[in-house]
Design a protein around this ligand. Structure first.
Ligand code: ADP
Ligand code: MG
Length: 417
């Protein structure tokens, strides 16, 4: 886990500025931030062309810095008390798994997409999204870096980026979507981690007290209100690391693909066939002929797509009870069909269900370890956290770290006067 997890969101900027003064002297000219996210519904649907519902949360990464003459990039990571230097014209990969790959990858992908970087820079970054906990610290880092680079003019505002701060919603949307897609490409092609668009989309499009929906095939997206008395989003860290499950994500991608391969000669669509195109009824009709592992994975993905649509409808009707039930149904489907839960995550959900104020809960992100996300009546969030911690310890002997969060704004940057 990261060394900075005890920092409050208000503290982050102060720490970033102080570290900048220590490392480089003076004050930064641009300050940027971007949130982590929880996935509320739509688990492992994104790379299957499906539907997701997420929320950006008030845990974030902050980047502060300034452009400098020349072509050198000087970067300092507070979390690791470590620095990296490279040339903006020749961004080379570092060793796999290193934080430097994420930062360099953003420079590489935005440079490639928007016509090269205009100058070198010096910058510091720090965050309080738990690293590797399923809250997408990686996309939070990426989006904060993107907003810093654009805000400082290091990535020129060419093409769709001219619309980034536009009051025209269509231009504003297009700019943010293009950035999200460039960041996804960075994660896939430069960091070399297979992932869908959900994380970068959420970090770029977050909105206070709103859930986000995304159709990963058409990229149609929207906001759904969490209501006037918005529930707390309580994230519980199981204290277990996903490293044990290395390779499982890619395996699930391949298992889903096997079902798509089965239907390729049976279902015709315009463009490439994806799991989301296959009706649940067709899956059920071909159940016995299908690969016994793949068919369960597919059932999870297809029922998740339905839960996203039903969840959006429940929120529009102000029905948080129904919405919570759908979240809990998502966890059961992950546990039984997608098999990306773990005894620790299941224990967290069981303990949550007995705690006061609980509306629904599920694992978040890839799964196998990391965090769960719970929807909790706001006024009972503190009691909920305490009861859950007791229940989890009783079941597993493990301690959980509880983060009481709310839905927050997406990435932004500001010039320092
Ligand atoms: P998740 O996105 O679920 O948190 P990932 O494995 O995708 O997990 O990304 C975590 C990685 O992102 C870390 O191991 C680190 O390399 C990088 N990272 C994210 N936030 C920071 C930060 N504040 N400082 C340094 N590295 C970070
Ligand atoms: Mg990530």
């Amino acid at each position: 886990m990261d060394t900075s997890k005890s920092l409050s969101t208000q503290d982050l900027l102060g720490v970033a500025r102080e570290t900048f003064a220590d490392q480089f002297g003076g004050i930064p000219s641009v300050e940027a931030h971007a949130p982590g996210r929880v996935e509320l519904l739509g688990n492992h649907t994104d790379y299957n062309g499906g539907l997701v519902m997420a929320s950006a949360i008030n845990r974030e990464t902050v980047v502060v810095g300034r452009p400098i003459p020349g072509r050198g990039a000087l970067v300092h990571a507070v979390a690791f008390d470590a620095s990296d230097t490279f040339l903006v014209d020749r961004v080379e990969q570092t060793e796999p798994g290193s934080w430097t790959r994420y930062v360099r990858g953003v420079c590489w992908a935005l440079g490639e997409r928007f016509g090269g970087l205009t100058s070198g820079f010096e910058a510091v970054f720090v965050g309080n999204v738990p690293l590797g906990g399923g809250l997408s610290s990686s996309a939070s880092l990426q989006a904060a870096w993107a907003r810093f680079l654009i805000g400082a003019g290091i990535v020129p505002r060419t093409g769709s980026l001219t619309g980034l701060d536009s009051s025209d919603p269509a231009l504003h949307d297009q700019a943010r979507m293009d950035i999200a897609q460039a960041l996804r490409r960075s994660e896939n092609a430069f960091v070399e981690v297979g992932s869908g668009l959900l994380d970068q989309f959420s970090a770029m499009f977050g909105a206070a007290n709103q859930a986000l929906t995304l159709d990963c095939l058409t990229l149609k997206h929207g906001l759904v209100p969490l209501g006037e008395h918005a529930p707390a989003i309580v994230v519980c860290d199981s204290g277990t690391s996903r490293r044990l499950a290395d390779g499982m994500y890619d395996r699930r991608v391949a298992e889903c693909q096997r079902v798509v391969d089965f239907f390729r000669s049976r279902i015709a669509v315009e463009g490439e066939l994806m799991l989301r195109h296959i009706p649940l009824a067709d899956l059920q009709a071909n159940w016995d002929a299908l690969d016994p592992v793949g068919r369960k994975r597919a059932r999870h993905v297809l029922t998740e797509n339905e839960r996203v649509s039903q969840g959006a409808e429940a929120l529009r009707n102000g029905d948080l009870t129904r919405f919570g039930q759908l979240i809990s149904a998502s966890h059961a489907s992950s546990r039984d069909d997608f098999e990306n839960s773990s005894p620790a995550l299941d224990a967290l959900i069981e303990a949550a269900a007995e705690a006061p104020g609980f509306l629904g809960g599920k694992l978040s992100g890839a799964g196998w370890a990391g965090c769960t996300v719970n929807l909790v009546k706001a006024e009972q969030a503190a009691d909920f956290g305490a009861a859950l911690a007791r229940g989890y310890h009783k079941r597993t002997g493990l301690n959980t770290v509880v983060h009481v969060c709310h839905a927050a704004e997406g990435a932004s940057a500001r010039q320092v006067d």
